[in-house]
Design a protein around this ligand. Sequence first.
Ligand SMILES: Cc1cc2nc3c(=O)[nH]c(=O)nc-3n(C[C@H](O)[C@H](O)[C@H](O)COP(=O)(O)OP(=O)(O)OC[C@H]3O[C@@H](n4cnc5c(N)ncnc54)[C@H](O)[C@@H]3O)c2cc1C
Length: 475
Amino acid sequence: MKPQVVILGAGFAGHTAALHLCARLRGKADIHVVSPGNRFTWFPGLIWVGTDTMSPESCQFALAPVYERIGAAYQDARAVEIHPESNVVIVCDGDGSRETLDYDFCVNATGPCLNFDGTPGLGPRVGTTLSICTIEHAMQTRNEYVDLVRALHKGSRRRLVIGIGHPAATCEGAAFEYLMNVEADLQRRGVRDRAELVWLTNEPEAGDFGVDGIEARKRGVIATGASLVRMLLDERNIKTYMAAGVTKVDPGRVHFEQAGSDPASLDFDFAMFIPQFRGMPMKYVAADGHDITAEMTQPNGFMNVDADYTPKSYDNYAAADWPATYRSPRFEHLYAAGIAFAPPHPLSKPKKSPNGVAIQASVPRTGMASGIMGKTVALNIVDQIEGRAPTHQARMSEIPAACIASMGNSFFHGSAASIIMMPVARDFKRYPSYGRDLRLCELDVGLAGAWTKRALQSAFMWKLQGHPGWQLIPE
Ligand SMILES: Cc1cc2nc3c(=O)[nH]c(=O)nc-3n(C[C@H](O)[C@H](O)[C@H](O)COP(=O)(O)OP(=O)(O)OC[C@H]3O[C@@H](n4cnc5c(N)ncnc54)[C@H](O)[C@@H]3O)c2cc1C
């Protein structure tokens, strides 16, 4: 019997793992992908969907034909339980019928659960704030944005608040990019002067992005992401609230605690807030049937892997805390990759409001990092199937991140802030001055970044559909 590899989730991590496993194990293992909805979503494009400058169809493709072509089985279902002692997962399809799948290897790549409930009144389902975290949310945001632009054209004035909807949320880069695209789009449509723009974020300072900021050497001088982002916000006349943790939203009004200030609130006409991310609700069950979820996950619901989860103070965080292989410490046939794995700790500096609310950006696991983790897990499974111990490692304190925050979606008038950092999590033992290799770090703003962002979307949509030559495009 061929070994059975079950991948839960077909996003950046899971789908990348499936591509690499099929390429390396075709005929030698059965690859089975379980993911609801039969769609891959290119999340970076949702920024442009939310400003009505890109169609939703450009950001998605159907998974089933890709898996048929590359030789994987695809199941449109959702995993609800993992039984790691019995090597079994329970999946549930759209009708609610349950099925048991045996596995020899399992990859949990189920991404984030959008925890709107973590902030009372937040989100498009119960409240008046919008989101761009799913294709449906981005389309709803687009519709409201188009209505808002119509009102501005008629001479109304509006306040737009964009940012982070929970004191410990992550994904600040996506919210910032949406803010900058809204600003550029309002300029393009000639209504910017009637819109007041506000940036409200849990980051301790501008340009932190949940990774403790970024520095780069520019002509012998150290440039910081903080000064770059502060300049971008100031020259666009965007009001900012930093180290601000949203605690509640009433219709048209957001309440927040802020380090160094009294609690405050702000009226809005249009608001887009990223919610807190938690692990996808999933039960872990022992062979005797008892629930071992608390032993398998951190309190935020993300799955434990080979990280050091010993509680530490910010000054004692270490590069070696970060997981290397993404394998469960208890079950050698179970992995978690992408947003689904539990990070050992945040990277941003912690802050507290005078009322004691902890305000600390969580660590982002971006598309690039998730893809690298997906590939690493795939290669480790290949190692195990071929009788070796896992040899592939991708600690966040050893891998780079490249981010391009667009500021408008135009080949002629667009711009973007391009950031490269190496490594993502600072390693002060290896790089004593900044914790990063400044020879590899980059920080730039310009039209070239906007072109690169569009080119990357085309290249990655090609790669992720497994078209000829996909392996030549790196994660
Ligand atoms: C608006 C926005 C813009 C972004 N822009 C960028 C960017 O420019 N650059 C960048 O690097 N990153 C960007 N990101 C971050 C990037 O999208 C994430 O890092 C990436 O999607 C994480 O990959 P993942 O595989 O862990 O999760 P996902 O991509 O979310 O994939 C999770 C998969 O699991 C499936 N799933 C969920 N529950 C279950 C279940 N129970 N069983 C089985 N399957 C399940 C989901 O349907 C999905 O297919 C952006 C994010 C957002 C929201």
